[in-house]
Design a protein around this ligand. Structure first.
Ligand code: MN3
Length: 200
């Protein structure tokens, strides 16, 4: 059973001007689609038979554990991108509420301090990768990961939100201004409701 490219949870122009329809046509239509296609191709080979019936999360974890780099890259990137689309929302930004707000304040001191630390991690990730807000046994933490690396492979760590800092995620709209793209995400797009659902 092959994986299909998941649809976006909003129209392709819904996040403009921060992320344009043009970016989605490449980022979702080409990049995300290519990860899914390459994963499906890998699963059809003899070496891919051990993944039969597994979910994307299970394949990502098994491939990481087995050092199956090609399958890991395409499975992780397929999952990371689907998680990314939901980490953003039209009229996002704002602030978390309830238990998540308490956890943010407890871990970082304030929402502004969280934004500063997340922005620093996202801007400081050298080359391609991701910035994450995760929940651990000892509270919320920020992670930066390279290339396809994902907190899914860490035990006891639950991803709440992510931001893609590969150049393909922002170059059409922000050119080389990665900090401007990160600010747009934090101030206008971040989907706290999605994070709260993942935290619950
Ligand atoms: Mn990407």
């Amino acid at each position: 059973m092959a994986f299909a490219l998941p649809g976006l949870p909003y129209e392709t122009d819904a996040l403009e001007p921060h992320v344009s329809a043009d970016t989605f046509s490449y980022h979702h239509g080409k990049h995300h689609n290519a990860y899914i296609s390459k994963l499906n191709a890998a699963l059809e080979t003899e070496a891919g038979e051990k993944y039969a019936g597994m979910s994307l999360v299970e394949i990502t974890r098994r491939a990481a554990a087995d050092g199956d780099q090609d399958t890991f890259n395409n499975a992780a990137q397929s999952w990371n991108h689907e998680f990314l689309w939901h980490s953003m929302a039209p009229n996002g930004g704002g602030e978390p509420s309830g238990r998540l707000a308490e956890a943010v304040n407890s871990a970082f001191g304030s929402l502004d301090a969280f934004k500063e630390q997340f922005a620093a991690a996202a801007a400081g990730q050298f080359g391609s990768g991701w910035a994450w807000l995760v929940a651990t046994d000892s509270g919320l933490e920020i992670r930066a990961t390279g290339n396809a690396e994902t907190p899914l492979t860490e035990s006891g760590v639950k991803p709440l939100l992510t931001l893609d800092v590969w150049e393909h995620a922002y170059y059409l709209d922000h050119q080389n201004n990665r900090p401007g793209y990160i600010s747009a995400f934090l101030d206008h797009l971040i989907n706290w409701e999605f994070a709260a659902n993942n935290f619950a």
